[in-house]
Design a binder for this molecule. Structure first.
Ligand code: GLN
Length: 244
């Protein structure tokens, strides 16, 4: 199939609540990298109270504890729907606070534990230090291997079972500042602490997610044509192993 014959659907979950530090840039990157190739994008914003239908990519951004509280309850009502979507190969990307809600729970300081939707076998507890700064982490499945971004979180995330790290931290803290892991993956569910926003500075990962979404929709792997990523690569390289 030609790229111009392809279409994917993207849902942005609760943008009015979880959209910290320019996380909307991740949606822009996904849309633009499809548009530049002639791939049609059907885009939907999901707000509190909305029904959710099948999509190829679900995105959720980060937020302060208060916004996470508002989203957690609503997200939980769709838990089993999302499990079904995950098991059909749908792509999920959660950033920071949204990522934390992909696990079993997020335990803030001195507040009720927030139930997560357990798309990832992971849990998060509030730490005593706020991790703020640039992060560089190395993957074992992308070219270039590096992922770069900006972290600002006090939550400490720990991975279990078949949920694997997205990458290994070389600069910064990542999931918990202890085990050198950054982010998480199970099936096509991805979480990361990298804001910045994340995808515009990591074009190779953006394309990887789009290819997974196409494979889920059409049942075949269709490698995307390369784009001129001079600007994206310059932005990416400007952050590698630079803590501030
Ligand atoms: N409130 C969460 C924390 O501090 C998530 C913050 C965020 O999304 N940047 O860990």
């Amino acid at each position: 199939m030609e790229e111009r014959d392809l279409k994917i659907s993207i849902a942005h979950l609760y943008p009015e609540l979880l959209n910290l530090y320019g996380d909307i840039g991740n949606i822009i990157a996904l849309k633009k990298r499809c548009e530049w190739r002639g791939i049609e994008v059907e885009f939907t914003e999901i707000h509190s109270g909305d029904d959710i239908k099948e999509h190829d990519i679900y995105f959720i951004g980060g937020g302060q504890d208060k916004q996470q509280e508002e989203v957690a309850e609503e997200l939980f009502t769709h838990k089993w729907f999302f499990h079904g979507q995950r098991d059909k190969g749908a792509v999920f990307l959660g950033i920071c606070g949204g990522y934390q809600l992909f696990g079993h729970y997020y335990q803030p300081h001195d507040k009720e534990k927030l139930k997560g939707i357990s798309l990832l076998d992971a849990y998060t507890v509030a730490g005593d230090t706020r991790f703020i700064g640039n992060v560089t982490a190395e993957t074992d499945f992308l070219t270039p291997e590096t992922l770069v971004g900006f972290e600002n979180h006090s939550g400490l995330t720990y991975l279990q079972g078949d949920t694997t790290p997205l990458a290994t931290v070389t600069t910064g803290n990542g999931n918990n500042g202890e085990d050198k892991t950054e982010g998480a993956r199970y099936k096509n569910v991805f979480g990361t602490y990298l804001h910045g926003s994340f995808l515009p500075k990591n074009p190779q990962f953006t394309d990887y997610l789009i290819e997974l979404a196409i494979e889920k929709r059409y049942g075949e792997h269709i490698p995307l044509k390369l784009l001129d990523d001079k600007l994206e690569t310059a932005a990416h390289n400007s952050l590698i192993n630079k803590p501030y």
